[in-house]
Design a protein around this ligand. Structure first.
Ligand code: ADP
Ligand code: GN1
Ligand code: MG
Length: 369
């Protein structure tokens, strides 16, 4: 065992026949804590890998509900993949039970764990280097939405209520500014003003949902690029991961959030803002991929709002980062002081850039249709 310090105490309680040979922290998620485990299989003698995750129970307060959603959705997706002759080991997530037969385990300190099989020969990207990656991500998230088109939405628990309810996010942000519990608001007046001047945009989509003009679908709701696994050799999209936020939602959420994260020319936390812009080339590639899967079901009203959704989801994420900064960085994992503020600023730069490019985004959408 090369890294005994990274072996969570729950490892012996996994139902895996074999010997642990390695364990290490894995991935760059902001919410859960992820480990990659390697086992020498007792049955085959080969090396088998697993993803063990400590679920963030401050964010997901009902982990039993969350796991019920995930198990049921994974079972459903497995059937869909098999029906089209695909390989469910690569194209969907597979949960691994603990020795009590459950997919969820609390350790002695009350921490909550789950485990998936590692999707072999996969890689995820925090950042898209080529339009092919973005087109692949578009296809992956588009197909994911289509695969869940017939899934009974009423069976899903709402794991984070009002997750993409942008008026409610805006109200949370205003409250955090008002309360200013750490006295940080004074130093971020420019950022606060930037979001407040766009208040009306936060209220543009939600009423359309409430009036029934936009259809409620089963959506992923956290479609950032590193939640897609690609084939390490061919870069073909394989599988969508991070299923914690699957809930009824708008297709606009999934489309917009992917572009927020994937069409930026720099990392989400880049401090040199001159490097941050919204890439129309990446926008076009993703749109092409997404529509190749979803064109037949999206309504005219959904289609017309796709470009705006990229801006809306970037605005939402920007105020979430700033809200967390104002409240003392309790939600998103941070790795340096001011990290959430840096993240907020990249989102501001992207929003401003999208505003100057909105006509071109509409033209690109028309070209892709
Ligand atoms: P978080 O909610 O913290 O973002 P994720 O579930 O997205 O956690 O996992 C973090 C990273 O681990 C993902 O971005 C992906 O790169 C990788 N990952 C997650 N599940 C698997 C899996 N089954 N096989 C391979 N890689 C995975
Ligand atoms: C979080 O879990 P992760 O890192 O894939 C967050 C998303 C944000 C994203 C910003 C459950 O995603 O909503 O858009 O960070 N997930 C949750 O990078 O809040
Ligand atoms: Mg993730």
């Amino acid at each position: 065992m090369s890294n005994p310090q990274y072996v969570p105490a729950v490892v012996p309680r996994l139902e895996i026949p074999g010997t642990l040979t390695d364990a290490a922290p894995f991935g760059n998620g902001h919410i859960n804590t992820t480990y990659l485990l390697s086992f020498l299989s007792r049955d085959s003698g080969s090396l088998q890998k697993y993803i063990l995750q400590q679920i963030n129970t401050q964010v997901f307060q009902e982990p039993e509900h969350l796991m019920e959603n995930i198990f049921s959705v994974c079972t459903y997706l497995r059937q869909r993949v098999l029906a089209r002759g695909g390989d469910p080991e690569k194209e969907t997530l597979t949960l691994v039970p603990f020795s009590n037969g459950e997919h969820l385990l609390y350790d002695n300190e009350g921490r909550c764990w789950r485990c998936y099989r590692y999707v072999e020969n996969s890689v995820s990207y925090d950042f898209a280097d080529t339009p092919q990656i973005m087109e692949g991500a578009g296809r992956a998230f588009g197909r994911f939405q289509m695969d869940l088109d017939g899934y009974p939405a009423e069976k899903l628990w709402e794991t984070i209520p009002h997750f993409h309810d942008t008026p409610s996010r805006y109200a949370d942000f205003c409250r955090a500014v008002e309360e200013d519990s750490l006295g940080r608001a004074d130093s971020v007046q420019e950022e606060i003003a930037f979001w407040k001047s766009r208040e009306a945009d936060f209220y543009r989509v939600q009423p359309l949902l409430e009036e029934g003009r936009l259809p409620l679908r089963v959506t992923h709701n956290d479609t950032k690029l590193n939640n897609v696994l690609f084939d390490r050799d061919t870069n073909a999209p394989l599988c969508v991961v991070d299923l914690d936020t699957i809930m009824p939602g708008l297709s606009l959420y999934d489309f917009g959030d992917s572009l927020r994260a994937g069409a930026s020319t720099a990392a989400e936390d880049e401090r040199d803002l001159s490097k941050v812009s919204f890439s129309l080339e990446m926008f076009e590639a993703f749109t092409r991929g997404f529509l190749s899967e979803t064109r037949s079901v999206l309504t005219e009203e959904e289609l017309a709002l796709l470009p705006f959704s990229a801006k809306l989801m970037t605005m939402e994420c920007g105020i979430r980062f700033l809200t967390d900064y104002l409240q003392g960085d309790t939600y998103f994992k941070i790795h340096r002081p001011g990290h959430n503020l840096d993240r907020c600023r990249t989102q501001m730069k992207l929003v401003a850039d999208m505003e100057t490019k909105s006509r071109e985004m509409m033209d690109i959408l028309r070209r892709c249709l």
